[in-house]
Design a binder for this molecule. Structure first.
Ligand code: SF4
Ligand code: SF4
Length: 231
């Protein structure tokens, strides 16, 4: 077996997720993502089972592994106790570790997730910190949302929140001591190195595409080829 398969097999989720698929298609029949996207968990499990290095590389570079919503509905129904959703998680991690995520439109958006959610967790203790949201990157949200964003303090006060405030309440300020502890957890577990690798691979891709890092970030946040749905 090749290098990529060796790496995939090191992931405990691979062993947990894949026994032997009988290609029955139950997972695809109930998968909510398969209803809307060009996505078929049965087919992905089948491709991984081929143990072909080139097939695996193509999968890691494709949009397909990024459509799953990780709802794990497939896990409850598979007659072979497989977990296609968990296998997808292992494939995503491998795509990120090897930098292959930058080869696909959906894969490149991992940088957006890292910056919008990953960094927010470390800096503020929340997945989504409202002051960090850049409106221009979410035009679909509309002008009412822009108004709310421009009047955050007022909106939070009226709703009974505690944005950046001391003490209890929604979106209260998280103590620096707790944020430092969170950072240490990311350092020790490899989470920070994982984030750094996403940044580095994305910077290389930006260069390859002839874009500045800012142009690349704006591009991956807003570009949609509209070629993801079922034909
Ligand atoms: S439900 Fe299980 S056995 Fe059936 S195709 Fe999906 S992974 Fe394979
Ligand atoms: S975990 Fe993914 S593959 Fe499984 S049913 Fe949910 S969306 Fe589909």
């Amino acid at each position: 077996m090749g290098k990529l398969y060796d790496m995939l097999q090191e992931d405990i989720r691979y062993e947990e997720a894949l026994n032997a698929c009988i290609n029955c298609g139950t997972c695809t029949a109930l998968c909510p993502a398969a209803e809307f996207y060009d996505y078929d968990p049965r087919q992905i499990v089948d491709l991984v089972q081929k143990h072909d290095e080139k097939t695996l590389e193509d999968l890691l570079k494709s949009n397909r592994i990024w459509y799953c919503g990780e709802c794990m509905s497939c896990v409850t129904r598979c007659p072979r106790n497989n977990a296609p959703g968990m296998l997808i998680q292992a494939l995503r991690t491998l795509s990120q570790r090897t930098g292959m995520f930058t080869a696909s439109e959906k894969g490149r958006q991992q940088l957006a997730l890292k910056r919008a959610i990953g960094e927010s967790i470390l800096k503020h203790g929340y997945c989504v910190y409202p002051r960090n949201v850049v409106f221009e990157r979410h035009p679909e949200a509309g002008l009412v949302w822009k108004w709310e964003h421009d009047h955050l303090d007022d909106v939070f006060e009226r709703l009974g929140g505690n944005l950046d405030g001391e003490g209890p309440g929604v979106l209260r300020k998280i103590p620096q001591e707790s944020l430092d502890e969170l950072q240490r957890i990311f350092d020790v577990t490899g989470g920070q190195a994982f984030y750094d690798n996403i940044e580095q691979c994305s910077a290389e891709k930006a260069k390859e595409m002839g874009m500045t890092e800012k142009e690349y970030a704006d591009y991956i946040f807003t570009y949609n080829s509209d070629r993801h749905g079922r034909e």
